[in-house]
Design a protein around this ligand. Structure first.
Ligand code: NAD
Length: 344
């Protein structure tokens, strides 16, 4: 089969012919119908410091983790998934027996492994998925939508860490995840949605996804814009999807006392905060968001999509054949994409 393989600890990846994998105990083999590129894949493609530390010893490895496909073979011991099921994959692979798994927190399993990072991924014609991660979709769900349910789950947990209906909201960062977050916030009843994003292409996309106001943080004072747009009060909800320290400070400063912040963006290193004035004295509740709850988040995403309340299509900006993966990565580097889909 064709697969995009990270062969060397340097920039790039190769399209290779490799054997179709065999599903092992508790695993299923899928024929991939769509995959999507995540920021993590871009880091692996570019080979940044994180990728070098985490993956150097694991090469060669098939890249990718967001996927949708049809089950074509079952490994020994598979009980619930059937050949022919159209599945998406949760990409956090839990051990099933640590403290977190046993207390309803599989998404932060103490022994967690991740597709395309700790093991072969899904940028290929076929891929192996553990049964515990298989999410069965309605057969008519468009493959691209089915594939991006994974990042949609990140967005959904960011938005719904608490109630958002009727609340004013600031979203910092309108990359692929920020764009999906805008759509989920809109579908969940957020009122005025203010989005801060320096890239013009993405500010335009943010409006298409349902933002009410967009701000370029390099040209305007984000906190002042928020105050102006909220009658001087500040926003009730702050959703951070840029990972940039300046955006984090702006968000906490723009939050009304008693507000809520959900942080999904990953800063490059430690961030210095004035905890007293930015969080404690304001009585702010802060949520760290990682992965997706297994599987309550998947039910929410699935219901939002099937109800017609959530339309992720404007966030799907590019669709390529698997062989054209380089085009996708290069466009992502320029910041001129939402979600990029690859079809084997
Ligand atoms: P991305 O890098 O494509 O998007 C970040 C966006 O923030 C970009 O559009 C960028 O222009 C914008 N930005 C830069 N500086 C800004 C500023 N000062 N103010 C406002 N916006 C600014 O990343 P993505 O794929 O959309 O992911 C968003 C974040 O979520 C990243 O930090 C990523 O590492 C992180 N992430 C976290 C998890 C998790 O489980 N916690 C999972 C996936 C991704």
């Amino acid at each position: 089969m064709k697969a995009i393989v990270k062969t060397k600890p340097q920039r790039g990846a190769e399209l290779l012919d490799v054997p179709v994998p065999k599903p092992g105990e508790g695993q299923v083999l899928i024929k991939v119908r769509a995959t999507s590129i995540c920021g993590t894949d871009l880091h692996i493609y570019q080979w940044n410091e994180w990728a070098d530390k985490r993956l150097r010893k694991l090469l060669p490895q098939i890249m990718g983790h967001e996927v949708a496909g049809e089950v074509v073979e079952l490994g020994p011991g598979v009980k619930h998934i059937k050949v022919g099921d159209f599945i998406s994959a949760e990409t956090h692979v839990p051990c099933g027996h640590c403290y977190e798994c046993l207390t309803g927190n599989m998404h932060i399993c103490l022994n967690m492994k991740i597709f395309g990072v700790d093991m072969n991924g899904v940028f290929a014609e076929y891929a192996v998925v553990p049964e515990v991660d298989a999410w069965v979709n309605p057969p008519d769900l468009p493959p691209a939508w089915a594939s991006i349910q994974e990042p949609l789950g990140n967005a959904t947990d960011t938005v719904l860490a608490e109630d958002i209906a009727g609340k004013t909201t600031l979203i910092t960062g309108a990359g692929p995840l920020g764009l999906l977050t805008i759509a989920v916030a809109r579908a969940s009843g957020a009122t005025k949605i203010i989005v801060s994003e320096p890239v013009e292409y993405r500010r335009k996309k943010a409006m298409e996804m349902g933002a009410d106001v967009v701000v370029d943080p390099t040209k305007e004072d984000v906190v002042e814009v928020v105050k102006r747009e909220t009658g001087g009060l500040g926003v009730e909800v702050f959703l951070e999807l840029s990972g940039k320290e300046s955006a984090i400070h702006q968000g906490f400063s723009a939050l009304v006392p008693g507000g809520r912040a959900s942080l999904l963006g990953l800063p490059d290193g430690p961030v210095t905060m004035d905890l007293n004035n930015e969080i404690i004295f304001k009585g702010i509740r802060v949520y760290g968001i990682t992965g997706r709850k297994m599987f309550s988040t998947w039910f929410k995403v699935s219901h939002l999509l099937s109800s017609g309340r959530l339309d992720p299509s404007p966030a799907i900006t590019h669709e390529f054949r698997l062989e054209e993966f380089q085009k996708g990565f290069e466009l992502m580097e320029k910041g001129e994409t939402g979600k990029v889909i690859l079809y084997p």
